[in-house]
Design a protein around this ligand. Sequence first.
Ligand code: NAI
Length: 306
Amino acid sequence: PKVTIVGAGNVGATAAHIIASKNLADVVLIDVAEGLPQGKALDMMHMLSVEQFTVHVTGTNDYADTRDSDVVVITAGIARKPGMTREDLLGVNAGIMKSVIGAAMEASPNAVFICVTNPLDVMTTLAYRQSGLPAERLMGMGGVLDSSRLAFAVCEELGCAPASVTAWAVGAHGEGMVCWPRFTTVDGTPITELMDEAAVASVVQRCVKGGAEVVAFLKTGSAYYAPGASIAKMVEAILTDSHEVMSVCAHIDGQYGIDDLYMNVPVRLGRGGVEEVVEFDLDDEELAALRASADSVRAGLANLPE
Ligand code: NAI
Protein backbone atom coordinates (compact mmCIF):
# COMPACT_ATOMS: atom_id res chain seq x y z
CA PRO A 1 0.00 0.00 0.00
CA LYS A 2 0.86 3.68 -0.35
CA VAL A 3 0.47 6.40 2.27
CA THR A 4 0.98 10.08 1.50
CA ILE A 5 1.85 12.45 4.32
CA VAL A 6 1.32 16.11 3.52
CA GLY A 7 3.65 18.25 5.65
CA ALA A 8 7.15 16.88 6.30
CA GLY A 9 7.55 18.78 9.57
CA ASN A 10 7.82 17.30 13.05
CA VAL A 11 4.52 15.42 13.08
CA GLY A 12 4.51 14.31 9.44
CA ALA A 13 8.10 13.06 9.46
CA THR A 14 7.64 11.24 12.77
CA ALA A 15 4.53 9.50 11.43
CA ALA A 16 6.46 8.55 8.28
CA HIS A 17 9.27 7.09 10.37
CA ILE A 18 6.92 4.97 12.47
CA ILE A 19 4.90 3.76 9.46
CA ALA A 20 8.14 2.73 7.73
CA SER A 21 9.58 1.10 10.86
CA LYS A 22 6.43 -0.98 11.19
CA ASN A 23 6.75 -1.86 7.50
CA LEU A 24 3.12 -0.81 6.96
CA ALA A 25 3.28 0.94 3.59
CA ASP A 26 5.38 2.91 1.14
CA VAL A 27 5.35 6.51 2.30
CA VAL A 28 5.42 9.68 0.19
CA LEU A 29 6.29 12.81 2.15
CA ILE A 30 5.19 16.03 0.45
CA ASP A 31 5.80 19.61 1.57
CA VAL A 32 5.96 23.12 0.11
CA ALA A 33 9.49 23.47 1.50
CA GLU A 34 11.92 22.43 -1.23
CA GLY A 35 14.38 19.73 -0.19
CA LEU A 36 12.84 19.11 3.24
CA PRO A 37 10.73 16.06 2.34
CA GLN A 38 13.46 14.73 0.03
CA GLY A 39 16.12 15.09 2.73
CA LYS A 40 14.04 13.51 5.47
CA ALA A 41 12.94 10.65 3.19
CA LEU A 42 16.53 9.89 2.21
CA ASP A 43 17.56 10.02 5.87
CA MET A 44 14.84 7.46 6.66
CA MET A 45 15.91 5.21 3.79
CA HIS A 46 19.39 5.24 5.29
CA MET A 47 17.87 3.31 8.24
CA LEU A 48 16.70 0.53 5.97
CA SER A 49 19.37 -2.01 6.88
CA VAL A 50 19.35 -1.04 10.55
CA GLU A 51 15.59 -1.31 10.94
CA GLN A 52 15.12 -3.99 8.28
CA PHE A 53 12.04 -2.57 6.64
CA THR A 54 11.16 -3.29 3.03
CA VAL A 55 8.92 -0.30 2.29
CA HIS A 56 10.13 2.88 0.54
CA VAL A 57 10.00 6.43 1.81
CA THR A 58 10.24 9.16 -0.82
CA GLY A 59 10.06 12.94 -0.62
CA THR A 60 8.54 15.33 -3.14
CA ASN A 61 7.05 18.78 -3.76
CA ASP A 62 4.81 17.47 -6.56
CA TYR A 63 1.36 15.93 -5.98
CA ALA A 64 1.81 13.79 -9.11
CA ASP A 65 4.10 11.60 -6.99
CA THR A 66 1.33 11.02 -4.43
CA ARG A 67 -1.02 9.53 -7.07
CA ASP A 68 -3.32 6.67 -6.02
CA SER A 69 -2.44 6.65 -2.35
CA ASP A 70 -4.53 4.41 -0.09
CA VAL A 71 -4.34 6.81 2.83
CA VAL A 72 -3.52 10.54 2.85
CA VAL A 73 -2.51 12.17 6.14
CA ILE A 74 -2.57 15.98 6.32
CA THR A 75 -0.17 17.54 8.83
CA ALA A 76 0.59 20.73 6.87
CA GLY A 77 0.31 23.94 8.85
CA ILE A 78 1.74 25.87 11.74
CA ALA A 79 1.94 24.45 15.27
CA ARG A 80 1.33 26.34 18.51
CA LYS A 81 3.94 28.01 20.68
CA PRO A 82 3.74 28.65 24.44
CA GLY A 83 0.65 30.64 25.42
CA MET A 84 -1.25 29.74 22.25
CA THR A 85 -4.35 27.56 22.09
CA ARG A 86 -4.98 25.27 19.14
CA GLU A 87 -7.74 27.67 18.12
CA ASP A 88 -5.19 30.50 17.60
CA LEU A 89 -3.90 28.60 14.54
CA LEU A 90 -7.18 28.84 12.64
CA GLY A 91 -6.53 31.73 10.25
CA VAL A 92 -3.22 30.53 8.80
CA ASN A 93 -4.06 26.83 8.79
CA ALA A 94 -7.47 27.26 7.13
CA GLY A 95 -5.75 28.68 4.04
CA ILE A 96 -3.23 25.82 4.01
CA MET A 97 -5.91 23.14 4.47
CA LYS A 98 -7.99 24.53 1.60
CA SER A 99 -5.08 24.38 -0.84
CA VAL A 100 -3.90 20.96 0.31
CA ILE A 101 -7.16 19.01 0.35
CA GLY A 102 -8.03 19.80 -3.28
CA ALA A 103 -4.60 18.87 -4.66
CA ALA A 104 -4.34 15.71 -2.53
CA MET A 105 -7.81 14.57 -3.52
CA GLU A 106 -7.25 15.12 -7.20
CA ALA A 107 -4.20 12.84 -7.03
CA SER A 108 -5.85 10.18 -4.82
CA PRO A 109 -9.64 10.37 -5.26
CA ASN A 110 -10.22 6.98 -3.60
CA ALA A 111 -8.01 7.44 -0.54
CA VAL A 112 -9.02 7.58 3.11
CA PHE A 113 -8.05 11.03 4.44
CA ILE A 114 -6.82 11.75 7.97
CA CYS A 115 -6.54 15.41 9.00
CA VAL A 116 -4.10 16.28 11.77
CA THR A 117 -3.66 20.05 11.38
CA ASN A 118 -5.05 22.11 14.28
CA PRO A 119 -7.53 23.31 15.38
CA LEU A 120 -8.43 19.73 14.52
CA ASP A 121 -12.22 19.61 14.61
CA VAL A 122 -12.55 22.83 12.62
CA MET A 123 -9.85 21.83 10.08
CA THR A 124 -11.45 18.41 9.54
CA THR A 125 -14.83 20.11 9.00
CA LEU A 126 -13.24 22.52 6.55
CA ALA A 127 -11.67 19.64 4.62
CA TYR A 128 -15.05 17.87 4.58
CA ARG A 129 -16.92 20.90 3.24
CA GLN A 130 -14.19 21.77 0.76
CA SER A 131 -13.69 18.27 -0.63
CA GLY A 132 -17.20 16.84 -0.76
CA LEU A 133 -15.64 13.50 0.29
CA PRO A 134 -18.01 10.94 1.80
CA ALA A 135 -17.82 11.28 5.60
CA GLU A 136 -16.58 7.71 6.07
CA ARG A 137 -13.43 8.49 4.07
CA LEU A 138 -12.52 11.69 5.93
CA MET A 139 -11.56 11.78 9.60
CA GLY A 140 -9.20 13.50 12.01
CA MET A 141 -6.54 12.28 14.45
CA GLY A 142 -6.98 13.66 17.95
CA GLY A 143 -8.75 11.16 20.16
CA VAL A 144 -6.13 8.42 19.83
CA LEU A 145 -3.53 10.87 21.12
CA ASP A 146 -5.75 12.26 23.88
CA SER A 147 -6.70 8.75 25.02
CA SER A 148 -3.05 7.73 25.00
CA ARG A 149 -2.20 10.71 27.22
CA LEU A 150 -4.98 9.66 29.59
CA ALA A 151 -3.64 6.09 29.62
CA PHE A 152 -0.17 7.43 30.46
CA ALA A 153 -1.55 9.45 33.38
CA VAL A 154 -3.38 6.35 34.66
CA CYS A 155 -0.21 4.23 34.38
CA GLU A 156 1.76 6.86 36.31
CA GLU A 157 -0.91 7.16 38.99
CA LEU A 158 -1.48 3.42 39.53
CA GLY A 159 1.88 2.03 38.42
CA CYS A 160 0.15 -0.39 36.07
CA ALA A 161 1.33 -1.83 32.75
CA PRO A 162 0.22 0.02 29.60
CA ALA A 163 -1.26 -3.16 28.10
CA SER A 164 -3.70 -3.39 31.04
CA VAL A 165 -5.15 0.08 30.39
CA THR A 166 -7.99 1.05 28.05
CA ALA A 167 -8.56 4.83 28.11
CA TRP A 168 -11.19 7.02 26.49
CA ALA A 169 -10.79 10.72 25.77
CA VAL A 170 -13.35 12.08 23.34
CA GLY A 171 -15.05 15.32 22.30
CA ALA A 172 -13.29 18.44 21.07
CA HIS A 173 -9.53 18.12 20.51
CA GLY A 174 -8.93 21.26 22.53
CA GLU A 175 -10.00 23.00 25.69
CA GLY A 176 -13.42 21.32 25.52
CA MET A 177 -11.98 17.78 25.68
CA VAL A 178 -13.94 15.14 27.60
CA CYS A 179 -12.57 12.09 29.46
CA TRP A 180 -14.68 9.05 30.26
CA PRO A 181 -13.32 7.69 33.60
CA ARG A 182 -16.16 5.16 33.89
CA PHE A 183 -15.07 3.54 30.61
CA THR A 184 -11.34 3.94 31.33
CA THR A 185 -10.25 0.61 32.77
CA VAL A 186 -7.29 -1.28 34.18
CA ASP A 187 -7.69 -5.00 33.46
CA GLY A 188 -11.38 -4.31 32.93
CA THR A 189 -11.95 -2.42 36.21
CA PRO A 190 -13.03 1.23 35.82
CA ILE A 191 -10.53 3.74 37.27
CA THR A 192 -13.44 5.22 39.24
CA GLU A 193 -13.22 2.05 41.38
CA LEU A 194 -9.43 2.16 41.64
CA MET A 195 -8.84 5.82 42.56
CA ASP A 196 -10.55 8.42 44.70
CA GLU A 197 -12.32 11.35 43.05
CA ALA A 198 -9.35 13.70 43.43
CA ALA A 199 -7.01 11.23 41.71
CA VAL A 200 -9.49 10.76 38.85
CA ALA A 201 -9.74 14.55 38.45
CA SER A 202 -5.96 14.77 38.44
CA VAL A 203 -5.41 12.15 35.70
CA VAL A 204 -8.13 13.85 33.63
CA GLN A 205 -6.33 17.19 34.03
CA ARG A 206 -3.02 15.62 33.00
CA CYS A 207 -4.71 14.37 29.85
CA VAL A 208 -6.43 17.65 28.96
CA LYS A 209 -3.29 19.71 29.67
CA GLY A 210 -0.83 17.14 28.23
CA GLY A 211 -0.33 18.90 24.91
CA ALA A 212 0.16 22.30 26.54
CA GLU A 213 2.67 20.77 28.99
CA VAL A 214 4.80 19.58 26.08
CA VAL A 215 4.53 23.00 24.36
CA ALA A 216 5.66 24.72 27.58
CA PHE A 217 8.80 22.55 27.73
CA LEU A 218 9.67 22.73 24.03
CA LYS A 219 8.97 26.44 23.55
CA THR A 220 9.59 26.11 19.78
CA GLY A 221 6.57 24.00 18.78
CA SER A 222 4.25 21.24 19.90
CA ALA A 223 4.29 17.48 20.45
CA TYR A 224 5.18 15.06 17.67
CA TYR A 225 6.30 11.65 18.93
CA ALA A 226 2.95 10.65 20.45
CA PRO A 227 1.02 12.34 17.60
CA GLY A 228 3.15 10.47 15.03
CA ALA A 229 2.54 7.14 16.77
CA SER A 230 -1.19 7.88 16.98
CA ILE A 231 -1.34 8.57 13.23
CA ALA A 232 0.49 5.29 12.56
CA LYS A 233 -2.01 3.42 14.74
CA MET A 234 -4.94 4.75 12.69
CA VAL A 235 -3.17 4.07 9.40
CA GLU A 236 -2.48 0.49 10.52
CA ALA A 237 -6.13 -0.08 11.52
CA ILE A 238 -7.27 1.17 8.10
CA LEU A 239 -4.72 -0.71 5.98
CA THR A 240 -5.17 -3.99 7.87
CA ASP A 241 -8.97 -3.60 8.00
CA SER A 242 -8.78 -4.30 11.73
CA HIS A 243 -12.28 -3.07 12.71
CA GLU A 244 -10.69 -1.76 15.90
CA VAL A 245 -12.64 0.82 17.90
CA MET A 246 -10.72 3.96 18.85
CA SER A 247 -11.40 7.63 19.53
CA VAL A 248 -11.42 9.39 16.16
CA CYS A 249 -12.56 12.81 14.97
CA ALA A 250 -15.43 11.57 12.82
CA HIS A 251 -18.62 12.91 11.32
CA ILE A 252 -21.38 12.48 13.92
CA ASP A 253 -24.78 12.21 12.37
CA GLY A 254 -27.38 11.81 15.12
CA GLN A 255 -25.34 9.57 17.45
CA TYR A 256 -25.32 10.82 21.06
CA GLY A 257 -28.05 13.26 19.97
CA ILE A 258 -25.44 15.32 18.07
CA ASP A 259 -26.09 16.32 14.47
CA ASP A 260 -23.72 16.99 11.57
CA LEU A 261 -20.52 17.63 13.51
CA TYR A 262 -16.88 16.49 13.38
CA MET A 263 -15.54 15.58 16.84
CA ASN A 264 -13.75 12.69 18.59
CA VAL A 265 -16.03 9.77 19.35
CA PRO A 266 -15.48 6.00 19.50
CA VAL A 267 -15.29 4.82 15.91
CA ARG A 268 -14.76 1.45 14.23
CA LEU A 269 -11.99 1.73 11.62
CA GLY A 270 -11.49 -0.47 8.59
CA ARG A 271 -10.29 -0.43 4.99
CA GLY A 272 -13.06 1.92 3.92
CA GLY A 273 -12.37 4.36 6.76
CA VAL A 274 -15.02 4.96 9.42
CA GLU A 275 -17.23 1.86 9.56
CA GLU A 276 -19.46 3.16 12.35
CA VAL A 277 -19.65 5.64 15.17
CA VAL A 278 -19.98 3.44 18.27
CA GLU A 279 -22.44 4.63 20.92
CA PHE A 280 -21.37 3.99 24.52
CA ASP A 281 -24.08 3.74 27.15
CA LEU A 282 -23.61 7.18 28.73
CA ASP A 283 -25.35 8.48 31.83
CA ASP A 284 -27.04 11.91 31.77
CA GLU A 285 -23.98 13.73 33.07
CA GLU A 286 -21.63 12.15 30.52
CA LEU A 287 -24.06 12.89 27.72
CA ALA A 288 -24.38 16.53 28.84
CA ALA A 289 -20.57 16.87 28.91
CA LEU A 290 -20.25 15.44 25.39
CA ARG A 291 -22.93 17.78 24.06
CA ALA A 292 -21.24 20.75 25.76
CA SER A 293 -18.03 19.72 24.02
CA ALA A 294 -19.93 19.63 20.72
CA ASP A 295 -21.09 23.19 21.45
CA SER A 296 -17.46 24.27 21.91
CA VAL A 297 -16.66 22.83 18.46
CA ARG A 298 -19.64 24.69 16.96
CA ALA A 299 -18.35 27.91 18.53
CA GLY A 300 -14.99 27.32 16.79
CA LEU A 301 -16.73 26.63 13.48
CA ALA A 302 -18.36 30.05 13.66
CA ASN A 303 -14.86 31.56 13.15
CA LEU A 304 -14.22 29.54 10.02
CA PRO A 305 -13.73 31.75 6.95
CA GLU A 306 -16.22 30.98 4.15
P1 NAI B 1 5.88 21.79 11.66
O1 NAI B 1 5.99 23.25 11.55
O2 NAI B 1 7.03 21.00 12.19
O3 NAI B 1 5.53 21.17 10.22
C1 NAI B 1 4.54 21.68 9.40
C2 NAI B 1 4.98 21.47 7.97
O4 NAI B 1 3.91 21.86 7.11
C3 NAI B 1 6.20 22.33 7.57
O5 NAI B 1 7.23 21.50 7.10
C4 NAI B 1 5.66 23.23 6.47
O6 NAI B 1 6.60 23.52 5.46
C5 NAI B 1 4.51 22.38 5.94
N1 NAI B 1 3.53 23.13 5.15
C6 NAI B 1 3.05 24.38 5.35
N2 NAI B 1 2.17 24.69 4.38
C7 NAI B 1 2.10 23.63 3.55
C8 NAI B 1 1.36 23.34 2.36
N3 NAI B 1 0.51 24.23 1.84
N4 NAI B 1 1.54 22.13 1.78
C9 NAI B 1 2.40 21.23 2.30
N5 NAI B 1 3.12 21.44 3.42
C10 NAI B 1 2.97 22.63 4.03
O7 NAI B 1 4.56 21.50 12.52
P2 NAI B 1 4.17 20.12 13.25
O8 NAI B 1 4.68 20.13 14.62
O9 NAI B 1 4.51 19.01 12.34
O10 NAI B 1 2.57 20.29 13.34
C11 NAI B 1 1.79 20.25 12.17
C12 NAI B 1 0.32 20.49 12.50
O11 NAI B 1 -0.20 19.40 13.26
C13 NAI B 1 0.05 21.74 13.35
O12 NAI B 1 -1.11 22.40 12.90
C14 NAI B 1 -0.17 21.18 14.74
O13 NAI B 1 -0.95 22.03 15.55
C15 NAI B 1 -0.89 19.89 14.40
N6 NAI B 1 -0.87 18.87 15.44
C16 NAI B 1 -2.03 18.16 15.63
C17 NAI B 1 -2.10 17.14 16.54
C18 NAI B 1 -3.38 16.38 16.71
O14 NAI B 1 -3.51 15.62 17.65
N7 NAI B 1 -4.33 16.53 15.82
C19 NAI B 1 -0.94 16.80 17.39
C20 NAI B 1 0.24 17.58 17.08
C21 NAI B 1 0.25 18.58 16.14
